[in-house]
Design a protein around this ligand. Structure first.
Ligand code: ATP
Ligand code: MN
Ligand code: MN
Length: 392
């Protein structure tokens, strides 16, 4: 537990020294964003290849320690195709790229960007609604569409859920999760993963991994503990989607980006007054609940009542058997592109299959155990990459 606190502290300090924004300082600061827009647009046309091509170049440009002043200086740059070159050249010469401008001005891009920002809405659904002539959230709310449970809460709490979650808010949620978990499983270990572990100051949600030093003790935690605590005793749960563990070692060839841990994707009510009090240093509450407050149950269509003192926040809880913990931590720390590239490297260069559960070598029919992330990098014969260097 001490070790965990120390590590967390170190991460926070380093996170301050090296905020992700410090990485986006090329003179062509516009270029990564421009390429990101083209990547998104490719995604809206379900062109995975083009999405990855633009995303990779955008990500590499963002991390360059020097300013790009000419396309020629990018000779031999990995993955830089003709299309990206043209975009970069145009921005260097004219300050803007015509293609990017017309994409951002297009109704399709704007509408799909808006719709996919709703919790529970992917590209396919967004496109379907766009083709049905919907353009705004008001259109959707007034329509006859039969929304899924996710989409309903996504629309209901749209404003909260698209407001970045701060580190102070994540810390407060951590306290609530700790209370809920320790009550039932005192020896559990709770770890903050996702963007916050990479040193980011804000995120779209808060991701926690929960494990126990004695394998098996963690089983059933989601339904028995968290759901009960949040829902019944405190009324903090606005939405939850729970699923049990479905991992089977025999699914050796699996490359799906989803894993099989017992987990709970939730939306909780976070008491903002407690967060403000904690931030301004006069946190006077007495071991009470971290998140919470009894706000009005349902919130109206996107506007925030004056007396609403809570915020809806997405929280992911993943229950991990200790023997798979290092893999789960690596998988849930992200970024998404980093994970994708690491798995691609494992597959293409090492002929191994890396998931959030295991590292497997099909030809040798061998599983590699790892007690820490460092060991996974060693199995892959890579130098260790610290979480704050994974903001690809
Ligand atoms: P943000 O700070 O905006 O939340 P993030 O990097 O934390 O960014 P998340 O979507 O929360 O992004 O995901 C964190 C990591 O967890 C991702 O990189 C991904 O690899 C993993 N992940 C997320 N959702 C799933 C899922 N359903 N199944 C398996 N892994 C997932
Ligand atoms: Mn996250
Ligand atoms: Mn998440």
């Amino acid at each position: 537990r001490l070790l965990e606190i120390e590590t967390r502290h170190r991460l926070q300090v380093l996170g301050h020294l090296l905020p992700p924004s410090a990485l986006s300082n090329t003179a062509t600061g516009k270029t990564p964003d421009a390429l990101k827009i083209l990547a998104e647009n490719a995604e809206y046309y379900e062109s995975v290849g083009r999405y990855l091509a633009f995303t990779r170049v955008s990500s590499i440009l963002k991390s360059l320690p020097y300013a790009v002043t000419s396309v020629d200086s990018l000779r031999g740059f990995p993955g830089l195709g003709e299309h990206c070159r043209k975009v970069i050249e145009e921005i260097l010469e004219d300050g803007v790229c015509q293609e990017v401008e017309s994409v951002t001005q297009s109704q399709r891009y704007q509408t799909l960007t808006l719709f996919t920002s709703i919790f529970g809405v992917g590209v396919k659904t967004a496109e379907k609604w766009y083709k049905e002539q919907h353009q705004t959230l008001a259109d959707l709310r007034a329509s006859q569409i039969r929304f899924t449970k996710e989409q309903q809460v996504g629309l209901q709490y749209y404003e909260d859920l698209t407001t970045p979650v701060t580190r102070a808010e994540a810390d407060m949620i951590r306290k609530t999760v700790e209370e809920a978990v320790y009550r039932y499983l005192p020896g559990a270990v709770i770890t903050l993963a996702g963007g916050f572990r990479r040193g980011k100051e804000t995120g779209h949600d808060v991701d926690f991994l929960i494990t126990h030093p004695e394998e098996g003790k963690e089983k059933g935690l989601v339904t028995k503990v968290i759901h009960f605590t949040f829902c019944f005793s405190q009324g903090l749960m606005l939405y939850s989607d729970e699923i049990g563990n479905s991992y089977q070692k025999c699914r050796k060839q699996e490359t799906s980006k989803f894993d099989h841990f017992e987990r709970c994707f939730t939306i909780v009510k976070l008491n903002q007054e407690l967060v403000n009090a904690a931030v301004s240093g006069n946190d006077s509450r007495e071991g009470g609940q971290g998140a919470g407050g009894q706000g009005a149950g349902g919130q109206g269509a996107g506007h925030r009542p004056e007396d609403k003192h809570w915020k809806a926040v997405r929280v992911d809880l993943v229950i991990v058997p200790i023997s798979q913990f290092a893999y789960a931590l690596l998988g849930w720390t992200g970024s998404q592109l980093f994970e994708r590239e690491l798995r691609r490297y494992a597959k293409n260069c090492k002929h191994m299959i890396l998931t959030s559960h295991a590292l497997y070598h099909p030809q040798q029919n061998e599983y590699f155990s790892a007690a820490a992330e460092e060991e996974i990098f060693a199995h892959l014969e890579l130098d260790y990459i610290a979480p704050w260097e994974r903001n690809a």
